[in-house]
Design a protein around this ligand. Sequence first.
Ligand SMILES: Nc1ncnc2c1ncn2[C@@H]1O[C@H](COP(=O)(O)OP(=O)(O)OP(=O)(O)O)[C@@H](O)[C@H]1O
Ligand SMILES: [Mg+2]
Length: 365
Amino acid sequence: MARVSIRDLVVEYVSGGYVVRPIDGLDVDTDDGELVLLLGASGCGKTTLLSALAGILHPTAGTIIVDDTDVIGLSGNVLTEYRRHQVGVVFQAFNLIPSLTAAENVAVPLLASGMHRRAALDRSRTLLGQVDLADRVAHRPRDLSGGQQQRVAIARALALEPPLLLADEPTAHLDYIQVEGVIRLLRRLAGEGRTIIVATHDDRLLPLADQVVELSPRTREHAEPAVVTLHDGETLFRQGDTGDLVYVVDDGEIELTREREHDVVEVVAHVVAGQYFGELAPTFGLRRSATARAVGPTTVQGSSPTEFRSSLGRRELNDLIAAHPSADRARVRAAARSSDAVTTRTSNGSPTHPGSVHMRRPSRK
Ligand SMILES: Nc1ncnc2c1ncn2[C@@H]1O[C@H](COP(=O)(O)OP(=O)(O)OP(=O)(O)O)[C@@H](O)[C@H]1O
Ligand SMILES: [Mg+2]
């Protein structure tokens, strides 16, 4: 059994020149023997988090404590020992060796830890029995179904009896009968006192979990409208934040910026009175792709994505999403103050140029 405590975890990548933080300030606590689901859409950071827990990826900041081990602080032999004995990983692609039988695949970590071949194969047969594959020990991966390969991978991950088992998308590519087998197995293994952390976007697994950690931002469709007054330089939201509201500038100006690598900040757009911004994150449950900051004293009105959608026609919304030229930020003014009244106003301010790029160094305060 293992107790996992994650605090303020940040993992940062540079992707296409931009900085992305799929994990940004995450806290998770699990109890001994819990089955925890990491749930979220593709790209939200599930595999990233499992890799950090497995000691395969070094996070940018934060702590991961598994029982008494500070995982991020490990290196060299101690890290190898942790990976080998504290944690078992079942990868999404199974990663079985095609030329080896099921029993030989399960024996790989046992042999690597110094066990004799005969003892290793005995133990792997026992493990395969525990995952209901006693009659498949001599089969090679190509002669096994997806669900059976998945169970061989689970048996291999359990070979050195790690107290923590991590599984990445264990039900991906399986038919419903195979999914049933994997669900039963995971529940049984957690019941035997192991802590199991499963990454998935399959919400059929929800009833299985003792704890669910949502990694995708959830948008509140009916978030309360809000009028926000900002002083010069004040931040409304940051890149990577979750977002409930779509904003219209009432008065003043908002600058949208995006972080590039090497601490460079790119100005994405200037949004002025009558124009809207921040529509994609709450509409699609994404994180904010830019930081919004006031240029001079500024007032903005926030409305829910539902209100925003109803204030746009279907065509206009589609054009906007596809970044069609006719999707002019200035044409629609989402209603925020009176919840369902929608007014349309043409901007008298300068147009936005979402494509324009201005580089500058961020000011570090
Ligand atoms: N090595 C890397 N370099 C740059 N960006 C990366 C790297 N690995 C992951 N990312 C990015 O980090 C984000 C999270 O990726 P991750 O694979 O953890 O997501 P996921 O939730 O497991 O997605 P999926 O459900 O598709 O498996 C994605 O935007 C991805 O493009
Ligand atoms: Mg993944």
